[in-house]
Design a binder for this molecule. Structure first.
Ligand code: SAM
Length: 236
């Protein structure tokens, strides 16, 4: 029995079909073969995978969110938000959360949860359909940006990061979490994973400064925190 990438770590909460592929990539990955594509498009399976109750054991969401420090008064954008696994956990801590995804089904899913939240929480939580090449943040809109289990799916990453930078405030923080480039019981195939060295090089090329690389806190994933120093326009 092959299982999806988030299910594998702790045993599946819902058995995937007998012939499903080993990894659930993001649903629109054009490089997927037909079998993978069909599995990826089983939306219910993606949701149960991302929201598996056992995920907390290795994903350690509280530890991840603690990396972001005090979020009061801040706008946080969660790019590649999926089911809102992190975005919903951020709302009690931040002034505003923007949950961005390129898949309308995840936007609809998060909206269906949002309407059940208290009104004062709903007002601070926004879903946004992004584009593959642009998260569609407004200029200097976000203080903090998260990319969790999503960086390896971005195409033209350096250009993407430059576009993202325009939507971030000066000295804004970017947190990237993705799977270590080893053979692991969870995560996409090794060839799809992006090494920490590559992430760091791409961040620097896009104008970010890497502040922290943590390979220890999470068993399967690295945490990279980068800051953005926007060039100042000198007026003589
Ligand atoms: C593996 S899921 C991770 C979801 C969530 N961050 C989590 O950890 O549970 C990757 C998500 O990224 C989204 N995605 C892929 N490419 C994207 C892009 N260019 N911009 C925004 N979202 C993207 C997919 O639709 C999918 O929801």
């Amino acid at each position: 029995m092959l299982s999806s990438w988030l299910l594998v770590a702790c045993g599946p909460s819902q058995e995937p079909p007998e012939n499903s592929s080993l990894t659930l990539l993001h649903p629109n990955n054009p490089s997927s073969d037909t079998e993978t594509y069909q599995t990826e498009n089983d939306f219910d399976l993606l949701v149960s995978d991302y929201e598996s109750t056992q995920r907390v054991i290795w994903q350690k969401p509280d530890l991840v969110i603690a990396q972001l420090g005090d979020l009061s008064g801040k706008t946080v954008a969660d790019i590649g938000a999926g089911t809102g696994y992190f975005a919903f956990r951020l709302v009690p801590r931040a002034e505003r959360v923007i949950a961005i995804d390129i898949d309308q089904r995840f936007i609809n899913f998060m909206d269906s949860i949002k309407v059940r939240l208290p009104e004062n929480v709903q007002d601070r939580f926004e879903t946004r359909l992004g584009k593959p090449e642009d998260p569609l943040l407004k200029p200097s809109e976000a203080d903090v940006v998260m990319l969790v289990n999503t960086y390896c799916f971005l195409e033209n990453r350096i250009q993407y990061l430059k576009t993202l930078a325009t939507g971030m405030k000066n000295e804004g923080e970017l947190l990237i979490i993705d799977f270590k480039k080893n053979n692991l019981p969870v995560g996409p195939p090794t060839e799809l994973k992006v090494s920490t060295a590559q992430v760091k090089a791409e961040l620097e090329q896009a104008g970010f400064k890497v502040k922290k690389t943590d390979n220890q806190s999470l068993d399967y994933q690295y945490i990279i925190v980068a800051t953005l120093q926007k060039p100042t326009n000198k007026i003589n």
